[in-house]
Write a protein that binds this ligand. Structure first.
Ligand SMILES: Cc1cc2nc3c(=O)[nH]c(=O)nc-3n(C[C@H](O)[C@H](O)[C@H](O)COP(=O)(O)O)c2cc1C
Length: 383
């Protein structure tokens, strides 16, 4: 008979494993369809660009993007305010980074059509302290003779957030780190900040410990657990139905559900066996990190966050091109009360000084992961 311990050890293997591409259940749409030949057959280049933009990384995969088409070649981008993460991201800093990632994909895709993206961030002013109903960007696509774009466009469909165990012995090389730095800081664009990394044993050990303790803190904070629970999608049906959020899939999912391991009560109780099991699993992930990389900005305005997101997406695509796996590990960067001491510790350990750490990632080599879910293109277009 399957013991409780055995069942829970299987549960540990399940978190955040997205649905397999091409395997949608019960006539529901395939949640991975958006990754295959995005924008194929689209005649409006804005729809082609949008089909690539929605493949951007974004916190909890809430996909908080709304686009309004204006005239023949313009678009306004809005944040879908209901798809933010107010507990763990109280100032919408990370959501704004995800919008920057979206814009970078959009720009790269438009360029392959010979279109230059004239981008105006926060055209009606920068909202503060949180995003509001005003547009977060205005985009005009203009033809440009001889404009062929950027080779990193080719990485958009293969980029993933990789949460597997990493090869602890295989950090990126110094040349690879320099390359990642150069795609962010040497592009002549308006990014004001730094890319730094750690691959030496002592600093990596300190960072493994920090990201782990911040993760543990989040798992002890009921408000954070409640928020995450809203975005967890258990099993193939739920993933295909919602096509957003953090998918957990596997053959054992129906059994876990039936046993109550995935219930609201179990998942939001810091002391539940389910959460203890997940914690043990994530500890192994932290301990497997061979290196970390982080990005800072000199200011923390909405504009700076958005520009950091665009830069992060360039970095993530370049990492993919170099055969590197990457995994944001953000808990210690989050600005909620229960995290305050670890936030301060992170700033110190990452030598951020007066700068804001916008992204902190585990980086190295890991087995590949399948793509995460995306909603249909039409879901992102305002009528
Ligand atoms: C600003 C930001 C913060 C993120 N923080 C985390 C994190 O702390 N842990 C994690 O596992 N993934 C994190 N992610 C990755 C997202 O969860 C991921 O992009 C999303 O689930 C979609 O998956 P994909 O990147 O494979 O397309 C973050 C992404 C962004 C843009």
């Amino acid at each position: 008979m399957t013991s409780r311990r055995h069942v829970l050890s299987l549960l540990a293997a399940a978190p955040f494993a997205p649905a397999l591409a091409g395997c949608a259940p019960n006539n529901l749409p395939d949640p991975a369809a958006g990754w295959r030949d995005p924008g194929a057959g689209e005649t409006d280049p804005r729809r082609f660009a949008l089909a690539h933009a929605i493949l951007a990384p974004n916190p909890h995969n809430t996909q908080p993007w709304q686009v309004e088409f204006i005239g023949e070649n313009e678009m306004a981008l809005y944040c879908d305010l209901d798809r933010r993460l107010p507990f763990t991201d109280p100032f919408d800093r990370q959501i704004t980074i995800g919008c920057g990632c979206f814009l970078e994909n959009l720009r790269l895709a438009a360029a392959t059509k010979g279109l230059y993206t004239q981008l105006n961030q926060f055209p009606e002013g920068e909202p503060t302290p949180r995003l509001d109903a005003r547009p977060i960007a205005h985009v005009r696509l203009v033809p440009m003779e001889g404009y062929i774009g950027d080779p990193s466009f080719a990485e958009i469909t293969s980029r993933r957030t990789n949460r597997n165990i990493y090869d602890v012995t295989r950090a990126p090389s110094a040349e690879q780190f320099e390359e990642l730095n150069s795609v962010v800081t040497n592009t002549g664009e308006e990014y004001q900040g730094e890319v730094r990394w750690a691959a030496d044993a002592e600093q990596v050990a300190q960072l493994r410990d920090l990201v782990w303790r911040a993760f543990e803190r989040e798992m002890q904070t009921v408000g954070a657990l409640e928020e995450t629970f809203q975005w967890l999608r258990f099993g193939r049906d739920a993933i295909a139905e919602h096509r957003d959020g953090l998918g957990m899939d596997g053959a054992m999912m129906p059994l876990f559900k039936a046993l109550g391991f995935l219930s609201h009560d179990a998942m939001t109780d810091p002391n539940s066996q389910s959460n203890k099991t997940a914690l043990a699993d994530w500890k192994k992930k932290a301990e497997s990190a061979p290196a970390f990389l982080w990005m800072t900005t000199t200011s923390d305005t909405p504009n700076a966050r958005m520009t950091a997101g665009r830069a992060y997406q360039r970095l993530a695509l370049a990492a993919q091109g170099l055969g590197l796996s990457i995994h944001p590990w953000s808990q210690a960067l989050q600005e909620y009360e229960e995290m305050a001491d670890l936030y301060a510790e992170a700033k110190q350990l990452l030598s951020a000084g007066d700068q804001t750490v916008q992204m902190l990632v585990r980086i190295g080599h890991a087995d590949p992961v399948p793509p995460s879910a995306r909603r249909e293109l039409g879901d992102f277009i305002r009528a």
